[in-house]
Every structure is written in structure tokens, then in C-alpha cells.
Design a binder for this molecule. Structure first.
Ligand SMILES: Cc1ncc(COP(=O)(O)O)c(C=O)c1O
Length: 337
């Protein structure tokens, strides 16, 4: 499959390249099965189809300015998937197995890794899913684990641009003691309606509040919320948000640049006091918020028409490491030779 890298979308772009799948049965993972088949046979009564027993990850490999290929923080993604597997009582994928299979799939799909100049990347998607045919809801020791890759265009083709968000208080994406802190499909299912409603109103993102008081900020769409104020990098602390690997990297970079990093509950009332705010995640790294609208009060907070200097600098610094333009002094990238 040939791609026009400049027109590459952000969504799944089929390549015809190889993926890998493993099956867990009788207490052990079987051999790696490589295939170009994009379908996975699952039983109609399988735990993943019927009870949502599924956890996944999303990470990226970048072709650097030096031509070398770097996979960003696969060990951290492995640990987060392990946390999801534990919560869903699915068989564990060891850190080594996770990282090696991701590296292997990048290597096997190297022809689909966009060139450096395109500012695109190869998106790697590992998925763990319960395969046991069952009707009783309980833990079963049978699962599949697959890893596939797809080239993904840069989220911002015209450079990093602010988007508008709407505050949500009427559909919770997760509960304090639920599954919001792990990357499992159910969290996305429970946010579909609010996303659709926001999009229908012309907003690109939903600013979720926690499900107890609907007063403290949780996440911004499928990304963590971040804000800048008075030399501080502020991001919510909550048991029901996903520990974003991008956010943890940005916190480190912000600290390195002399910012005070605060992870704490953020009251909606604090929103007007921020100098810059945005969403962060693997997909776009940072998406600045231009406006935040509160449908309850009818008030709009305008932040910017162009990305603020702090978020732009953090974005550029992280991309510099991912594309090999700056030394990776934190050891975040794994070279795929
Ligand atoms: C709900 C949610 N929060 C945050 C993130 C950002 O996480 P990461 O930076 O690890 O991609 C994602 C994306 O994976 C997400 O789906």
C-alpha cells in the first residue's frame, strides 16, 4: 500500500502490513502468530464481546531527523496495560512480552513508518481481550493479545491550533472507584453520548467533571487536562482519570524548565484564572483550549486564538525528543534498529 504522507489522516489507515496475536490458555501464552489478516475470530459468547473485558494501549514510533526509529515509552504503556488487566481479571502480558511485540511490529511495518519530514508517525495499538465463551460474569483465564500498527498523520497539519471545549456535568465517563484509571473500552463507551452532543453543538472536546460533585475537572475528551498559571504546571489529581504517559512526560519537562508541578483537584471556578490550558495525550501531544463554555452558567472563557508560549514550548520540546532532535536524557525512547 502506497501512502501520500501529506494527506495521511489521523484515523486507522489500513496498510496490509503484519500484525501479531497470541492466545492465553491453560495458564500460559502461546506462540506469536504473525499475519496480514486484519480480522480476529472471536466466539459470539466471548467475554470481550459480551462483557467488555478488553484493555488497550496506544503508542507511537517516530522516524527521527537522524533516520533512526524511536518508540516512545513502551515500558510505561506496558505497565499501564498490566494495571488494566489486573482490574479486569484478565491474564497479564509481561512487560518484556509487551515491549518486544511492539518493537517487533514496528520493525515488521517499517515501510509504513512515515518519513521524518511528514511530521507523521506509526501508531501502535496493543489490545488485550477476553476470549472465553461464557454467559456467567466471572474472571476467566483465557485471552487474546494482539498488536497492530497504522501510520497516523500529524493531528495538527497546519501547526498546533486551539480548539473549543464544553463543560459536561450530565454524563460521567467514570466513577471514583471504577475503571477510569485504566485504559479499558468501557470508559470510552460511557463517554460516547456526551462527545456526540458536544460535537453537535460545535465543540471539539468535552471537559469532564468528577461524578460525585461535578465540580472538579477530570479529563478533557480522551486526554488529560493541563493548565499553566504563575509559573505552575497544574493537572488534576483524581482516582478516576487515566494516568497519561504524555502528561507524565510533560510534567517532567515542565519541572526541568523550572515550573512548579501541581497535581491536585482543580475546581471549575479556577478555570478563569489560568493563563493557558489544554488537553494532552499520545495523539496530539498537546491540544490547547481556545475557549471553554459552561452550559450551566452560559458563560464562555476565552483563552487564546493562538497557542500560548508555555504549551507551545512544552509541545516542541517533547516532539524534539521523539524525533531525535534533542537528547533523550530521560531514557524515554526505545530505538528500533
Ligand atoms: C481517557 C484518556 N485520558 C488520557 C489519555 C492520554 O494518555 P496518553 O498520554 O498515555 O496517551 C488518553 C489517551 O490515551 C485517554 O484515552
Amino acid at each position: 500500500m502506497e501512502f501520500n504522507w501529506d494527506e495521511l489522516g489521523f484515523d486507522f489507515n489500513p496498510t496490509g502490513g503484519e500484525n501479531v496475536r497470541y492466545y492465553f490458555k491453560n495458564g500460559a501464552w502461546g506462540e506469536a502468530q504473525y499475519t496480514t489478516d486484519e480480522y480476529i475470530p472471536v466466539h459470539m459468547s466471548s467475554a470481550c464481546l459480551n462483557y467488555g473485558l478488553q484493555a488497550f494501549e496506544g503508542l507511537k514510533a517516530f522516524r527521527g531527523v537522524d533516520g533512526r526509529v524511536r518508540l516512545f515509552r513502551p515500558h510505561a504503556h506496558a505497565q499501564r496495560m498490566a494495571a488494566g488487566a489486573k482490574k479486569l481479571c484478565l491474564p497479564m502480558v509481561s512487560e518484556d512480552m509487551f515491549v518486544e511485540s511492539c518493537v517487533d511490529i514496528v520493525r515488521r511495518n517499517i515501510d509504513f513508518l512515515p518519513p521524518y519530514e511528514s511530521r507523521a508517525a506509526l501508531y501502535v495499538r496493543p489490545v488485550l481481550f477476553g476470549t472465553k465463551p461464557c454467559l456467567t460474569v466471572k474472571a476467566y483465564n483465557e485471552a487474546g493479545f494482539c498488536v497492530f500498527a497504522t501510520p497516523a498523520g500529524p493531528y495538527f497539519k497546519e501547526g498546533i491550533l486551539p480548539i473549543d471545549a464544553i463543560i459536561n456535568r450530565n454524563q460521567d465517563r467514570s466513577a471514583p472507584l471504577g475503571t477510569g484509571d485504566v485504559k479499558v473500552g468501557g470508559n470510552y463507551a460511557s463517554s460516547m453520548l456526551s462527545c456526540q452532543e458536544a460535537h453537535d453543538l460545535g465543540y471539539k472536546a468535552v471537559l469532564y467533571t468528577e461524578s460525585v460533585h461535578h465540580r472538579y475537572i477530570e479529563e478533557c475528551g480522551a486526554a488529560n487536562f493541563i493548565a499553566i498559571k504563575n509559573g505552575r504546571y497544574i493537572t488534576p489529581k483524581s482516582p478516576s482519570i487515566l494516568p497519561s504517559i504524555t502528561n507524565s512526560s510533560l510534567r517532567q519537562l515542565a519541572e526541568d524548565k523550572g515550573f512548579i508541578v501541581e497535581q491536585r483537584p482543580i475546581d471549575l471556578e479556577e478555570l478563569p484564572t489560568f493563563e493557558e490550558c489544554g488537553a494532552c495525550g499520545t495523539g496530539a501531544i498537546i491540544t490547547p483550549l481556545g475557549n471553554v463554555f459552561d452550559p450551566e452558567t452560559g458563560k464562555n472563557i476565552h483563552y487564546c486564538d493562538e497557542t500560548g508560549p508555555v504549551l507551545l514550548d512544552l509541545y516542541n520540546t517533547l516532539q524534539d525528543i521523539q524525533y531525535g532532535r534533542k537528547e533523550d536524557k530521560f531514557g524515554w525512547t526505545v530505538l528500533v534498529e
